[in-house]
Structure formats: C-alpha cells, structure tokens
Design a protein around this ligand. Structure first.
Ligand code: FES
Length: 81
C-alpha cells in the first residue's frame, strides 16, 4: 500500500493500513501464489467489497518481498494494471 501511494497510484488508504477501510484493495492478476494467506480481519474486509473475489487482497496487509517480483495487480475499481 505504501509503495502504491508513493508511486502515485490513487490509493486512499484512509485507515492508515490497519485493514479497516478496504480502500487499498487490489486484485492479484498473476504471481500471487507465494503470498502469505489473508488473515481473518483481511478476509472480513474483503467480504464487504462489492467486487469481492478470491484474488482480491488488501495491499496494506502484504509485506514486500522477493516473491512479489513480477506480480501483476489491478487496483480495485480501476481499469488499468
Ligand atoms: S489501508 Fe485501509 S484496509 Fe488497507
């Protein structure tokens, strides 16, 4: 989430990264197989999204690591990747 914001993407992140707003929701289009599974609080927030699908994650709950290299995402509610 911080990386997306720093890069200028329109991520509101109104809760500051504590999984309470879902304004950082992203869809993992490819390369997400090495991410840690979502915890219950993240899953609860994702369930509240109108476009909730299995590939959605909260960007604020993802830790950057080499496993994310090459991962392709789409911001929730956005048409571009
Ligand atoms: S910044 Fe609020 S849920 Fe991620």
């Amino acid at each position: 989430m911080e990386l997306l914001k720093a890069a200028g993407y329109p991520v509101l992140a109104t809760c500051g990264g504590i999984a309470l707003c879902a304004t950082c929701a992203i869809e993992i289009l490819s390369g997400g197989q090495y991410l840690a599974p979502a915890i219950d609080q993240e899953l609860d927030m994702l369930d509240m999204l109108p476009e909730s699908i299995d590939a959605m994650r909260l960007a604020c709950q993802l830790r950057l690591g080499p496993e994310m290299d090459g991962m392709v995402i789409r911001l929730a509610g956005q048409d571009h990747e």
